[in-house]
Design a protein around this ligand. Structure first.
Ligand code: HEC
Length: 371
C-alpha cells in the first residue's frame, strides 16, 4: 500500500525552502500536483515520515500507480510543439509517444483544449454572435476548425469544446446537458459513455471529425489525442469515476442533479485538509473563483463540474487531477466524500461581500449532505 500526500509534502518542502535548501524543480512540480491513492483515509499511516514515503512513492510511481504516473515526472510535451500547429494541417505522427497516455490531462483537453494547450493567444475563435467567420488563427486563419469533410465549422457558441458537444457527463443528449435536463444548445446525440467503438476508432474520429464534430487533429498533436482517447475510454470503462456514481440526474433539482447517498463527509473533510487546503485555504475561500464563488458555493451549486475538475484538474491551471485511485469506484467514493464535505455551508462559506447567493436551506443539489 502506498500513500502519496503531497499537500503535506508541499508543507515540508516549503519548510525546507525556508531553511535555505534549494529544491529540485521536479519536487516543486510534485508538490503542486497533489494525489491520493487510498480507499480509506490513511488514519493509520505507515510509521515512516510522510516526506520519506512520498519521495519513495515518487521514485516507484511509474511501476505501481494505477493512474497515469508519468504526469508526475514528464514535462508537458505540448508546450514544445505548440507554436508549430496553430495554423498548419495535421501534424506528423512520426515521433513515438514520450509517455503513457494521461487520462486526467485528456479530461482537461475535453473541457477546454485551447486553455489546456495555452493556445488562446494563437487562436481566437470565430465570434458566435456574427454570421461572418471572423476569428483569428487555427487551420483556416479565421478562428474556425473544419468538420469531417474539411468545411469550416462556424462557432455557434460551442467554442469547439468537447464539453459543449457532449456535456460534463459525456452523455450528449441523454445526459445533463440534454433536452430533458439543462437543454444546452450545442449538445450532440452521441453518448460517449455507451460508445462501443475501439480506442483506435475513437482516436481517429477525434482526429478527423464528422459532420458536426471538428477535426481536432488540425489543432491537437498525437499526445493530446492519446490523452483524450484515454480519458474517454477510461471513463466509459469505469476506470475513472463515472458521473452516475457521484450524482444522479433530477429534472426537478436546480441544475438538474443531486449528490448520491453513500458519502462519508468526515472522510471528505479530512481529505480536503490533506490535499486541497494548501491551495484553497481551510475554508475554501483562498482562491478567487468566477462570479464571486468560493470553493464551497461553487461545489454546492455545480457539483457535477466540481466532480469533473477534482478528478481531472482545471484546464490551464496549476490544479491537476487530484485523484489516484485503485479503481473508478474508489475514485468516485473519494469525489463523493469531498463534495459531501463541501456541502457544509459553515465550514466552507461563501464570501462576506458581493459574491453569489449560496444554495438555500432544503436545496436538493447536495442530496442529504447540506448543512
Ligand atoms: C496546486 C494547488 C491546488 C490544489 C492542491 C487544489 N486546487 Fe483546486 N484550484 C486551484 C486553482 C489555481 C484553481 C483556479 C481558481 C480560479 O478559478 O482562479 C482551482 C479551482 C478549483 C475548482 C473550480 C474550478 C472552476 O471551474 O473554477 C474546484 C471545484 C476545485 N479547485 C476543487 C479542488 C479540490 C476539491 C481540491 C482537493 C481535492 C483542490 N481543488 C486542490 C488550485 C488547486
Amino acid at each position: 500500500m502506498r500513500f502519496v500526500i503531497p499537500a503535506r509534502l508541499s508543507r515540508a518542502l516549503a519548510g525546507a525552502s525556508q531553511h535555505g535548501l534549494h529544491l529540485a524543480p521536479s519536487l516543486h512540480a510534485l508538490a503542486a500536483r497533489p494525489l491520493f491513492a487510498w480507499s480509506t483515509l490513511a488514519r493509520s499511516l505507515p510509521a515512516c515520515s510522510l516526506l520519506a514515503c512520498s519521495m519513495l512513492a515518487c521514485s516507484s510511481a511509474p511501476v505501481t500507480s494505477a493512474a497515469p504516473p508519468a504526469a508526475l515526472t514528464t514535462p508537458d510535451v505540448s508546450a514544445a510543439t505548440e507554436a508549430g500547429h496553430a495554423t498548419s494541417s495535421p501534424l506528423p505522427e512520426a515521433a513515438p509517444a514520450p509517455r503513457p497516455p494521461d487520462a486526467a490531462r485528456g479530461g482537461r483537453l475535453y473541457d477546454s483544449w485551447r486553455t489546456e494547450r495555452k493556445l488562446s493567444s494563437t487562436i481566437s475563435f470565430d465570434a458566435a454572435s456574427t454570421p461572418e467567420l471572423d476569428g483569428k488563427g487555427g487551420p483556416n486563419g479565421n478562428g474556425t476548425l473544419n468538420d469531417g469533410s474539411g468545411r469550416p465549422l462556424p462557432n455557434t457558441g460551442h467554442d469547439y469544446r468537447l464539453r459543449s458537444f457532449f456535456g460534463w457527463d459525456l452523455r450528449g443528449k441523454q445526459g445533463l446537458s440534454g433536452p430533458d435536463y439543462q437543454g444546452e444548445s450545442h449538445v450532440l446525440e452521441r453518448n460517449l459513455l455507451a460508445d462501443e467503438r475501439s480506442a483506435e476508432e475513437l482516436r481517429a474520429w477525434l482526429a478527423s471529425g464528422d459532420e458536426q464534430l471538428p477535426a481536432y487533429g488540425e489543432v491537437l498533436n498525437a499526445q493530446d489525442l492519446d490523452d483524450l482517447t484515454a480519458f474517454l475510454v477510461q471513463s466509459r470503462e469505469g476506470k475513472l469515476a463515472r458521473p452516475e456514481q457521484v450524482f444522479q440526474l433530477d429534472t426537478k433539482a436546480p441544475g438538474n442533479y443531486r449528490l448520491r447517498d453513500g458519502a462519508d463527509p468526515e472522510r471528505g473533510a479530512e481529505l480536503f485538509t490533506f490535499v486541497c487546503s494548501d491551495c484553497h485555504g481551510n475554508d475554501g475561500r483562498k482562491l478567487p473563483f468566477d462570479a464571486g464563488h468560493t470553493l464551497g458555493t461553487f461545489a454546492r451549486a455545480r457539483g457535477y463540474e466540481a466532480w469533473f475538475k477534482i478528478q481531472n484538474g482545471l484546464a490551464g491551471s496549476p490544479m491537476k487531477g487530484q485523484i489516484v485511485a485503485q479503481s473508478g469506484a474508489d475514485a468516485a467514493q473519494t469525489v463523493l466524500d469531498l463534495l459531501a464535505a463541501l456541502c457544509d455551508r459553515k465550514q466552507f462559506p461563501g464570501r462576506d461581500f458581493v459574491g453569489v447567493q449560496d444554495v438555500p436551506d432544503g436545496d436538493p443539489r447536495c442530496g442529504k449532505y447540506l448543512k
